[in-house]
Design a protein around this ligand. Structure first.
Ligand SMILES: Nc1ncnc2c1ncn2[C@@H]1O[C@H](COP(=O)(O)OP(=O)(O)OP(=O)(O)O)[C@@H](O)[C@H]1O
Length: 378
């Protein structure tokens, strides 16, 4: 969709921001640009919509050299989201979102109808549309920024640190929203971030730049994590590189031991005595609720007579589905009070189907990691 061919950008003051960049950004995919500060990410992004003109080289959009298109027209077909959301302060949220449709000549009524539809798409209420940007939280402003960028239904979306100014919890929510939207909309997205975890979560491909505008490696996240091209990339990915790789692998083919491996008890039944160890408490539907470690019997209340209410606290758990990551499974198994660090595996409806031990997760993770290092897909 977007093709950079030996693109060079040298600013008039002599700074080389981008050095002979050759890079393809596939249609319908999210390409994330990462790298140290000043390595040319923003310049690369802004060359796509001609806010910055290359010194040399060619950029093609859907096969067409962007220099052959009128810059204003080109920009109307490309959504652009920046960190400070860039909303017009004196226009309502709805009018902000309607900006591009109006420029495209849709007429006021149709443009506003489109804006209302998009408010809902990005998870905001109709009432929010009547407010002004300063009356919204940072996270809400970013959602409006995304809605505004999507309003003209562009095939390409450029996002420059769009979630950089919000707290970590809202940031994860916005990332999830973007992934959900992308499943529906299938835009070609170029996304700039400083945050490698964000890049791994969102990217279909990650391009790592280093100072001087040099592209060092561009690869899908799993390939990048398993086989960084050099020490710079490895350093950039951080010391928990191997754990990050586990976040991309699912539990799907890790064996499930039958539920008879572990003692289960209904939440409305008394737990067995402490000599039988922790048991898994499930509700009437068979959904796991937690582990209960029975209290040691005392002289006053021997094990056999201990009423269920007295049998130790319920330690809540996170039951895991096949679609959950190996990292989530490992995390859960470390906290598990059950022998062998057992985790509860559930089906799509959340009903217990069995358990998996920490050793099984480890072994599987090691094997899959080895395969990834050898270049196999994970
Ligand atoms: N208009 C300009 N004139 C001169 N130099 C510029 C201009 N814009 C950017 N630069 C320089 O080009 C280099 C690349 O800048 P760019 O903003 O693309 O980097 P970046 O990777 O996005 O940085 P950051 O992560 O800090 O936002 C930097 O050295 C910057 O100072």
């Amino acid at each position: 969709m977007i093709k950079f061919d030996t693109v060079h950008k040298r600013f008039p003051n002599g700074t080389t921001a981008v050095h002979d960049l050759t890079l393809e950004m596939p249609e319908g995919g999210i390409t994330v640009l990462v790298g140290s500060s000043g390595c040319g990410k923003t310049t690369t992004l802004r060359m796509v919509n001609r806010m910055v003109e290359p010194t040399s080289g060619t950029i093609r959009l859907a096969g067409k050299d962007i220099r052959e298109q009128d810059a204003a027209e080109l920009r109307r077909g490309i959504g652009y989201v920046i960190q400070q959301s860039g909303l017009f302060p004196h226009r309502t949220v709805l009018d902000n979102i309607a900006t591009v449709p109006l420029l495209l000549g849709w007429g006021r009524r149709k443009a506003r109808a489109r804006a209302s539809e998009l408010l809902e798409t990005v998870g905001l209420t109709a009432e929010t549309g009547k407010r002004y940007p300063h009356q919204l939280s940072g996270g809400q402003q970013q959602r409006v920024g995304v809605a505004r960028a999507l309003a003209g239904d562009p095939a390409v979306l450029l996002m420059d640190e769009p979630f950089g100014a919000v707290d970590p919890v809202v940031r994860i929510q916005l990332q999830d929203e973007l992934l959900r939207l992308q499943q529906e909309l299938n835009k070609t997205i170029v996304f700039v971030t400083h945050d490698i975890d964000e890049a791994v979560r969102l990217g279909d491909r990650i391009a790592v730049f280093r100072t001087g505008g040099h592209l060092v490696q561009c690869a899908p996240p799993a390939e990048l994590l398993a086989r960084p091209a050099d020490d710079f990339v490895a350093g950039f990915l951080g010391e928990e590189r191997e754990l990050k790789l586990l976040s991309l692998m699912t539990l799907a083919d890790v064996p499930v031991a039958p539920k008879t491996t572990v003692r289960t008890v209904r939440d409305d039944e008394p737990a067995p005595g402490p000599e039988s160890g922790p048991c898994l408490v499930v509700n009437a539907k068979g959904e796991p609720l937690g582990w209960r470690e029975a209290k040691a019997p005392t002289a006053k209340t021997p094990a056999a007579k201990t009423p269920s209410g007295d049998q130790g606290p319920l330690l809540p758990i996170r039951p895991l589905r096949d679609t959950d990551s190996l990292l989530a499974a490992l995390n859960e198994s470390i906290a598990s009070p059950a022998p062998a660090g057992l985790i509860a595996r559930v089906d799509a409806e959340g009903v217990l189907k069995g358990v998996t031990s920490r050793d099984a997760i480890h072994e599987h993770a090691g094997r899959r990691h080895g395969r990834a290092r050898d270049g196999e897909s994970i």
